[in-house]
Write a protein that binds this ligand. Sequence first.
Ligand code: SF4
Length: 339
Amino acid sequence: MKNLKEDYFSPFFSHIYVEKAVLEHARTRRILAEFPSATVIEIDHYKDVFCRSRQSIRFQRRAQNLILAAKQGTLLYEGAPVCQSFGNRYFYYVSCAMNCIYDCAYCYLKGMYPSANIVVFVNLEDIFAQVRQVLEQHPLYLCVSYDTDLPALERIIGYVREWCDFAANHENLKIEIRTKCASKTFVRNTRPVSAVIYAFTLSPQAVIDAFEHHTPSLTQRLSCAAELIRAGCPVRLCFDPMIYVPDWQQHYEAMLEEVFRAIPMEKIVDVSVGTFRISQDYLKNMRRQEPESLVIWFPYQKEGGYCHYPDALMEEMECFLSGRLEEKISREKIFRWNV
Ligand code: SF4
């Protein structure tokens, strides 16, 4: 086990809240064993803690707690219009954990949830059962790492491995695991499954330094992506969200040069390109929490309940990146979210 802990950004949870109903669940016991000195507090329902009124998300980000719960009701959701379906007709996502150990200033989770604490739903078997039911009707493209970064939590919860095992045994299922994690331990412990796509979100180092707090560097992410490709895993590169910074073109050009040096582009599954966009309601919540954040207070253009960069800037940024990518991969493999 020592090896498994060596290069993850390890969260420390001083308090772990556990729904009484899942206290004896095998995954609960396994996760609690990772934190022998944490104070365990029994609760009736995760929302009693997660949805408490007047929580300070900024304060909680400095000392996140963990909540272990059972997911009830709807377990599978249709992909949102702002998300990229990559040409898949049946595009769904699941939320087997909520919130993230990283702290990206632009993360929509800050506008979506009333708390920064991390919730892990331990009843993965119920989610699997619902996925099986849907697979009886039609194929499924399923994103399992949207409301969190699953690989970053892998040392603690092991859900990537569980999804890989599940996907390997179910036809017509394609899974995307979106991540900024760059753990070599994760890579070493990952077995290639043709239906599981590892989607690395990439940003220029200047953007990472300014806005993607606690995340691995661009170089580290690329190194892990390259290693997964060598191991035979399907890998996708996500230049999404592109974030505006002064001299953005210079920064994105430098990033691409590093990408092209590190990654055999002919071996990647595809790429996504998209500038930052977010639901108007989430942005409003985020502005209440972050009165000074440049990325949150950009004068975005509002359209149909969403905020995005002004059309001209959005077009310029996305066309620049897509154009440069087209020099390396075919146009059919480049997905722009608004096209
Ligand atoms: S890595 Fe993704 S999920 Fe995690 S804080 Fe950043 S944007 Fe949010």
